[in-house]
Design a protein around this ligand. Structure first.
Ligand code: GLY
Ligand code: MN
Ligand code: MN
Length: 441
């Protein structure tokens, strides 16, 4: 049976195989995210849980996926619980699949009304060796799982045993999500392309006296017109001193000619994130100090990208960033001493205080372990990570005034390939010449 969602079915089968390997079978229950109220009776735009969505592709709230893994291959069932069809609710809130269509379209063996979840979950949990579910993710779900376990425990006198072991199913799913398949990479490429286009538009249009939110509007325009209806995280549009605030979100300062503008923005396309940062001069040209810092961060970023290849430890490229930035800061007399001394003392952290990047996927800070048994994870083809060194200089006694308030970050999304890497966001200008040419327009 092949249908549009066979890859989701195959992902679920891999979870079942993992459950068999770990505990000789069991029951997995994965809820999607609850809806969230913004104020009064208004909700935030709905976004499914990433683990749930990875395994199901199912977009509606009030849904739970259950996998029953028997001891033997072939003895397993993939089940979806979801909202019922409802002519009245659909008139107000829009289309719902309902269990029958959902089963067919999303490739489940069985589907039921979400109203049947509690009863069936208790029934199917009896005598299972383990229950695989996320705990500590959604308070409502924690409560539902505790209630289910207690209900099964109450049946002990009828000879039934509750699962002895509760395992966080997120570890198994996260390990799968870390290495992207061809379908996922197609979506990530598209997300990267759209975001790249948005950064080019912002660079070409931003001008002195604009407010930061006007630039944010240019980004949003480009995301939406290409069908990316959400941002992967709130866009950071940080001019002048705001560039030194790592998670700046106000986006309401009026920009002046001569400011640097740091934009960290990426769309989400069909669930997949992109994450790009560019920094450019408002008014068209970097001044001397800005250019010195920019060239330093760019050199670090290019060296970091070169350090991305299969077989290398994840943390290598962070060490590259530290070395290049520390040496540059010494050359600019912003740090004192030998390279080894500055790396050892961490003096460079006054200006570079974050990591060089993170996994990227359905979540902007995607799942997947960075270390295993204390050792840095080895990069493999299909992993996607960001490369984003930066330099942020707040006013301070030990810094010449010409450098004050300069904040620069350059961030690309990089795929680990069989032989090296591919920069998915390479279409976003970043050399001084390219950036100045686009800004001057
Ligand atoms: N935009 C979030 C980050 O760069 O990690
Ligand atoms: Mn970013
Ligand atoms: Mn990032």
């Amino acid at each position: 049976m092949k249908h549009a969602h066979h890859h989701h079915r195959e992902r679920r089968a891999r979870v079942v195989a993992e459950m068999r390997a770990q505990t000789g079978g069991g029951l997995a229950a994965v809820p999607t995210a609850p809806e969230a109220i913004r104020n009064a009776d208004t909700h935030y735009p709905y976004r499914p849980d990433s683990h749930f969505y990875y395994l199901s592709g199912f977009p509606e709230a009030d849904a739970v996926m259950v996998l029953v893994a028997g001891r033997e291959a072939g003895e397993s069932r993939q089940v979806l619980f979801c909202r019922d069809k409802s002519p009245e609710r659909e008139t107000w809130d829009g289309f719902r699949y309902g269990p029958d269509a959902a089963r067919e379209i999303f490739g489940f063996d069985e589907a039921y009304s979400i109203a049947e979840l509690a009863g069936k979950l208790a029934e199917w949990s009896c005598d299972q060796p383990a229950l695989y579910t996320p705990l500590g993710l959604y308070a409502g779900w924690d409560h539902a799982i505790t209630a289910t376990l207690n209900e099964v425990r109450n049946r002990v006198r009828t000879g039934i045993a509750a699962p002895e072991t509760v395992i966080d199913v997120r570890s198994a799913i996260a390990a799968m999500r870390l290495v992207k398949d061809a379908g996922e990479l197609g979506l990530m490429r598209r997300a990267a392309e759209i975001s790249s286009s948005a950064h080019r538009r912002a660079m070409a249009r931003a001008e002195p006296n604009w407010y930061e939110y006007q630039v944010e509007a240019e980004l949003a325009h480009e995301f939406l017109r290409f069908g990316a209806q959400a941002v992967a995280y709130p866009s950071i549009v940080a001019s002048g001193p705001n560039a030194c605030v790592l998670h700046y979100r106000e986006n309401n300062r009026q920009m002046q000619a001569g400011d640097l503008l740091l934009i960290d923005a990426g769309c989400e396309f069909q669930g997949y994130a992109s994450d790009i940062t560019r920094t450019f001069p408002i008014g068209g040209a970097f001044n001397g100090a800005q250019k010195a810092i920019y060239e330093l961060v760019l050199a670090a970023q290019l060296a970091c990208i070169d350090a991305v290849a299969p077989g290398k430890p994840f943390h290598d490229y962070h060490k590259v960033a530290e070395r290049v930035l520390a040496q540059g800061l010494i050359d600019l007399k912003l740090c004192e001493g030998s390279l080894d001394a500055v790396l050892e003392s961490g003096a460079y952290k006054q200006f570079y205080m974050h990591r060089a990047g993170h996994w990227l996927g359905l979540d902007v800070h995607d799942v997947g372990l960075y270390r295993i048994d204390g050792e840095s994870r080895t990069l493999e083809p299909g992993m996607v990570l960001t490369v984003e060194p930066g330099c942020y200089i707040r006013p301070a006694d030990n810094v010449p005034e010409e450098f004050w308030d300069i904040g620069v970050r350059i961030e690309d999304d990089v795929l680990v390939t069989a032989h090296g890497h591919e920069n998915l966001t390479a279409a976003t200008p970043k050399s001084v010449a390219e950036v100045e040419a686009l800004c001057a327009r």
